[in-house]
Design a protein around this ligand. Structure first.
Ligand code: ZN
Ligand code: FE
Ligand code: FE
Ligand code: ZN
Length: 268
């Protein structure tokens, strides 16, 4: 099955394309499943330039648009359209994400660590902040936040599980102990991870997660899904072949997707 579980629309203000254009792109790309997972509204103050996520006042409209698109795509040969959301892990804002998710509209909820203590470490405009920090310490904080996000019970999938490498900042040695710890925690909580082609289009030039982490996750029994993290309709399904090869190389022979927040497992 060809699954792209992670895509964005114009709603978040840093992607382009409407819900309808993404569904059309999924059909053209021959996908079986597309997840519409735009960035959930952030608490006031965390998105000063209003370009990280959809505005809170558009949340309901966006949910209705996704539901309509899912209803409309029911003909034979249509991709299955999943109503989803990518929600930040925000331990400094207890209740915010829980509030957004406390409804049964969603097929799938992606959990993402894009911020550590309010610092959006993946924002190219904030790259300077890396210079005053220890890469080892940032990586430790990042993976500990991923483990906390998984343990929160709010998410079905951890998105781009090693996003911290986006710009190529890496510890001198591959932190295998961190990988083991996060894999153990993910396996314990039953949360899946995505294998995403987005990293191929970023300075790091590598799939999220990298081969060593992905092998560790597979050995630990952590379920995996596939995604592009498309921010333009023409990116839907992009890099899925590379992603599937990476999964197979790491030892995976099955992948998962979600409907009504229930996990479905299918052969890779
Ligand atoms: Zn985005
Ligand atoms: Fe993300
Ligand atoms: Fe995303
Ligand atoms: Zn993303």
């Amino acid at each position: 099955m060809r699954i792209d579980l992670h895509t964005h629309t114009w709603r978040c203000r840093h992607a382009t394309g409407t819900v309808a254009e993404y569904v059309l792109a999924a059909r053209v790309a021959g996908l079986d499943v597309i997840g519409l997972t735009d960035h959930a509204p952030l608490p006031p103050g965390l998105d000063p330039e209003a370009c990280y996520a959809m505005p809170a006042e558009e949340f309901e409209t966006h949910l209705a648009e996704m539901a309509d698109a899912a209803d409309a795509a029911r003909a034979p040969g249509d991709p299955k359209v999943l109503v989803g959301i990518e929600a930040d892990w925000l331990p400094g804002h207890p209740g915010h994400v829980e509030g957004l998710l406390s409804r049964d509209d969603f097929d799938v909820v992606l959990g993402s660590v894009h911020m550590l203590d309010g610092w959006a470490f993946d924002d190219p405009d904030l790259l300077d902040s890396w210079e005053s920090r220890s890469v080892e310490a940032v990586w430790r904080e990042y993976f500990s936040a991923v483990a906390d996000a998984a343990a929160s019970g709010m998410y079905d999938v951890i998105a781009h599980p090693d996003l911290v490498k986006k710009f190529g900042h890496r510890p001198a040695e591959e932190p295998v102990a961190l990988y083991e710890d996060v894999a153990t925690e993910l396996a314990r909580t039953g949360v899946a991870i995505e294998v995403s082609s987005a990293g191929l289009r970023k300075p790091v030039g590598e799939i999220y997660p990298g081969p060593s982490l992905l092998r560790t996750l597979c050995r630990a029994g952590v379920p995996a899904t596939t995604s592009s993290d498309a921010h333009r309709p023409h990116e839907v399904g992009i890099g899925l072949d590379e992603v599937r090869v990476a999964l197979a190389a790491a030892g995976y022979d099955r992948v998962v997707y979600f409907e009504g927040r229930e996990r479905r497992e299918v052969p890779l």
